[in-house]
Design a protein around this ligand. Structure first.
Ligand SMILES: NC(=O)c1ccc[n+]([C@@H]2O[C@H](COP(=O)([O-])OP(=O)(O)OC[C@H]3O[C@@H](n4cnc5c(N)ncnc54)[C@H](OP(=O)(O)O)[C@@H]3O)[C@@H](O)[C@H]2O)c1
Length: 255
C-alpha cells in the first residue's frame, strides 16, 4: 500500500528513541523527510543519522524541550527551512512521573502539565494556525485516555483532557482540511516501559503478570506502534480526523 508519504515533511517530537523514533522510522522508510526532537543534542543527532541511513527519506535532529514556550514556532520554522514544507506533526514526549494521586506533588503536576499537556497543545495549535495547506497532527497519548493505569495518576489526569482537546482542534480545523488524531499505546517495549517495570520488586514477574492481561499475551514492539501512527498521519488516512486509536494488543477493556 502506498501511504503517499514520498517527499513530504513531518516534525516528530520526542523521537530520539521510543515511540516517536519508531514512528519516524516508518515515515522515513516510506520516503518522508523528518525533523526529530529530544532534549539532548548528541542523542537526537545520532538518532537522525540512523534514520537517514534507513532512507529513502532524510532526517534532521534538533534539540528542544517540549516545555519551552518558544520551541513550537522554532521547530516548525526549522522543518520548513530544511525541507521546504510541513505536512504534519507527530507529538510524543517523555511520560510523566509515576505516583499515586495522593502522593504526587504540585510541582510534579505543574512540570508534567507544561511538557505533556501545554507543550502538545501549543505545538498542535501553532502548526494548525501556520499551515497554508492541509496538514495532519497526531498525538501519542496513552491507554489512560480510556482506562486509568494504576500508579500513573498524572497520566490518568492529563491525558483524557488532552484527547478531548485534540478532538476540539479536529472540529475547529476540519473545515480547512486539517486532520487531528490521537494514538493510544498500551504496553509497548521502550525505555519508558522498561523503567516503569523496573520499579516493581520483581520486574520479570511484573512483566509476566502484565502480559497475562493482554489478549495477544505480549508487549508490543515499537515498530508495530510506529506503523499505525505513520499510517494515521499519512495521506492514506485522509478521511480520518478526531479519531482515537488504541494500539495495545487488545488490553483496554472498553471500546
Ligand atoms: N511505551 C509505552 O508502552 C507507553 C504506554 C503508554 C503511554 N506512553 C507514552 O508515550 C510517550 C512516549 O513514550 P516512549 O515509550 O517512547 O518513551 P521513551 O522511550 O522514554 O522516549 C521518550 C522520548 O521523548 C524525548 N523527550 C522526553 N522528554 C522530552 C521533552 N520534555 N521534550 C522533548 N523531548 C522529550 C526523549 O529524549 P530525551 O530524554 O533525550 O529528551 C525520548 O526521545 C510518553 O508520553 C509515554 O508516557 C508510552
Amino acid at each position: 500500500m502506498d501511504l503517499g508519504l514520498a517527499g513530504r515533511a513531518y516534525l516528530v517530537t520526542g523521537a530520539s528513541r521510543g515511540l516517536g523514533h519508531a514512528t519516524a522510522r516508518a515515515l522515513v522508510r516510506d520516503g518522508a523527510h523528518v525533523v526529530i526532537t529530544g532534549r539532548d543534542q548528541a542523542s537526537v543527532t545520532e538518532a537522525a543519522r540512523a534514520l537517514s541511513e534507513l532512507g529513502p527519506g532524510r532526517a534532521l535532529g534538533v534539540a528542544a524541550d517540549q516545555a519551552d514556550p518558544d520551541a513550537a514556532a522554532e521547530l516548525l520554522a526549522r522543518t520548513r527551512a530544511e525541507f521546504g514544507r510541513v505536512d504534519g506533526v507527530v507529538i510524543s514526549v517523555g511520560g510523566p512521573p509515576a505516583g499515586s494521586a495522593t502522593t504526587v506533588t504540585d510541582d510534579q503536576w505543574r512540570a508534567a502539565f507544561e511538557s505533556v499537556f501545554l507543550g502538545a497543545v501549543r505545538l498542535a495549535r501553532t502548526a494548525l494556525v501556520e499551515a497554508t495547506d492541509p496538514i495532519a497532527v497526531t498525538l501519542v497519548l496513552s491507554s489512560s485516555v480510556r482506562s486509568p493505569l494504576s500508579g500513573l495518576a498524572i497520566s490518568n489526569g492529563l491525558r483524557p483532557g488532552l484527547a478531548m482537546t485534540a478532538k476540539t482542534l479536529a472540529d475547529e480545523h476540519g473545515p480547512d482540511g486539517h486532520r487531528v488524531n490521537v494514538v493510544l499505546p498500551g504496553r509497548i517495549e521502550t525505555d519508558r516501559l522498561r523503567a516503569l517495570d523496573a520499579t516493581a520488586d520483581d520486574p520479570q514477574e511484573a512483566r509476566r503478570r502484565s502480559e497475562a492481561t493482554i489478549p495477544l499475551r505480549r508487549y508490543g514492539r515499537p515498530d508495530e506502534f510506529g506503523a499505525v501512527t505513520a499510517f494515521v498521519t499519512s495521506p492514506a488516512a485522509s478521511y480520518m480526523t478526531g479519531s482515537v486509536l488504541t494500539v495495545d494488543g487488545g488490553a483496554v477493556r472498553s471500546l
